[in-house]
Design a binder for this molecule. Sequence first.
Ligand SMILES: [Zn+2]
Length: 121
Amino acid sequence: MRHCRLPSTTISHKSSIPFLKVVLCPALQSVHACRDLKAGEELTINYLGEYFLLRAKRRAELRHNFAFDCACEACSAPHDVVAESDKRREQLAQLQSGIYRHIADSNTAAALAGQSALLLL
Ligand SMILES: [Zn+2]
């Protein structure tokens, strides 16, 4: 994981495929990149705190809570691409739910198997 200091104004846009995770704690606010960054690339965050919402639900929540229509790459993609994205997000949500259930049941092997499947999606 790489760290850098950023002026707060450099993180200005929302995306449904964000690559930054903002971590808040009393002493420090930090931002973690989920992948390598290219020079000059726009930095985006997820406003909703939920990564597996389908496009229609994401857009409805953004419209209701933040009064804008999201035009990020995931939300403005062609219908067939959105259908694939939504399908993958549903699979990810199911896997995540299963992992939590396995952890609650102390089934470590099943939880790890679910985590591996999740990473492959
Ligand atoms: Zn979006």
